[in-house]
Ligand binder design. Structure first.
Ligand code: AMP
Length: 152
């Protein structure tokens, strides 16, 4: 009941972000967005995953499998500014991102999904999903650190 009351209040405002997957990246993003004054909701299928959030985290959590429509329909995606999909599985992320987009025919929200396998970026792009690949980002940062003018 408290969850529904809180979500209803949040949906009246702006600045609402949904993060899917409370691993290290998801937990860090939720913490940082919330600290920056955004309303955040983080979903994970394992309740114990929320142990990664700091005690100071004041956003919402929801235990559920985000590949299930019933779960996604509960979180007011139509009011979200952004949805960040960071489970530990590329196929799962692509599927969830597509479901989110289908539930969201309008301009909002921006959807971004993590992609472990760099070669699959093109597949995501064809599906119209913006992706971010940690290994490519790391390689680029390392090349910068080593003083390369152009990233490898
Ligand atoms: P990590 O590998 O540390 O980034 O963690 C990824 C997180 O995504 C884990 O906490 C998983 O429980 C979570 N996860 C994986 N699949 C789903 C799913 N379908 N719905 C919600 N959370 C998921």
């Amino acid at each position: 009941m408290e969850f529904i009351r809180r979500l209803t209040k949040v949906l009246r405002g702006e600045n609402y972000y949904v993060i899917i997957g409370c691993g290290r990246l998801g937990a860090t993003l939720a913490e940082q967005l919330e600290a920056a004054g955004k309303e955040t909701l983080i979903i994970d299928k394992n309740q114990s995953a929320f142990d990664k959030l700091p005690d100071t985290y004041g956003g919402m959590t929801l235990t559920g499998d985000a590949s299930e429509l019933a779960v996604l329909k509960r979180v007011g995606l139509e009011s979200a500014e952004g949805v960040i999909v960071v489970t530990n599985n590329d196929n799962m992320n692509a599927m969830i991102a597509q479901l989110v987009r289908e539930l969201q025919p309008g301009a909002r929200p921006r959807i971004i999904a993590r992609l472990y396998e760099p070669g699959r970026e093109v597949v995501y792009r064809e599906l119209g999903i913006t992706s971010i690949c940690p290994s490519e980002l790391s390689a680029r940062e390392i090349s910068k650190f080593l003083g390369e003018d152009e990233p490898w």
